[in-house]
Design a protein around this ligand. Structure first.
Ligand code: 16G
Length: 241
């Protein structure tokens, strides 16, 4: 029960109760949360109070609302470190999930101005570009558009069709020693195409990550734009001073 005598707001007490129920497994991932009316009857509080508690939990990403269906317990976010140069496949495997890719397009074309600059292309500006939906345990997590110089990676446009991991392929087949990367991170809203590929509502919050990756000769070989689902990821970093 909630305690009406203490100076802790009722909506906050209800919020904590729901968080507890998620943590102790009473409300497992994917389960339907009782309705506003049920919670207000159960705890003898107003529907406004219940609405405030549920609203905050939705904003914080612990619950998700599905139009016409109700409010459900969300999958916990993936806590992605920012200090190591890893691949999507490695990241998912280290969490016990099965990585996969759905290739949505592969092109050999002239580099865009941004790709040419990132990859330092001058004479031969042809690039292999591919668009992939990245999946973990079959669920779409991220959408990536990757550009690589064609001159260094002949046949990559074919190889990528049956390789889950680009980095695995580059290291094993093309003998690239992946050394370091530059990365920028921004927030954004998913475009209609990204939303469709990721199975999320249009204009959902996403984390936009741009990476330029270098080999052991300090040559850039990869320019990637990653769109990570904002409801499935948070980023973490350890700071020292
Ligand atoms: C990650 C990288 C991406 C890289 C990919 C390779 C971020 C934000 N992006 O998704 O730049 O191309 O991994 O993964 O970390 P793969 O080897 O599984 O194809």
């Amino acid at each position: 029960m909630l305690n009406k005598k203490i100076p802790i707001p009722l909506y906050y007490q209800l919020k904590q109760k729901i968080i507890q129920s998620i943590e102790n497994g009473e409300l497992p991932v994917g389960s339907l949360v009782p309705s506003e009316r049920e919670l207000s009857d159960l705890y003898g509080i107003s529907r406004m109070t219940v609405r405030q508690a549920l609203g905050e939990l939705v904003k914080e990403g612990l619950l998700i609302r599905e139009q016409g269906k109700g409010t459900f317990v969300a999958e916990p976010k993936i806590n992605q470190g920012l200090l190591k140069l890893t691949s999507f496949s490695e990241d998912m495997k280290s969490r016990g999930m099965k990585p996969d890719s759905r290739v949505e397009g592969v092109y050999v074309q002239g580099a865009s101005a941004a790709a040419a600059e990132a990859l330092g292309l001058t004479s031969d500006r042809r690039v292999v570009v591919f668009e992939r939906v990245r999946l973990a345990d079959q669920k779409p997590m991220a959408y990536e558009v990757t550009h690589l110089p064609l001159s260094r990676f002949p046949d990559l446009e074919k190889e990528i069709m049956h390789s889950g991991s680009l980095y695995g392929l580059l290291e094993e087949k093309y003998q690239i020693a992946i050394k370091f990367a530059w990365q920028t991170i921004e927030v954004g809203l998913s475009t209609p195409a990204e939303s469709r590929s990721l199975g999320i509502p249009n204009r959902s919050p996403v984390i936009l990550i741009e990476r330029v990756t270098f080999d052991s000769n300090d040559q850039p070989f990869e320019f990637v734009k990653s769109v990570y689902r904002g409801d499935r990821y948070k980023l973490h970093v350890e700071l020292h001073r």
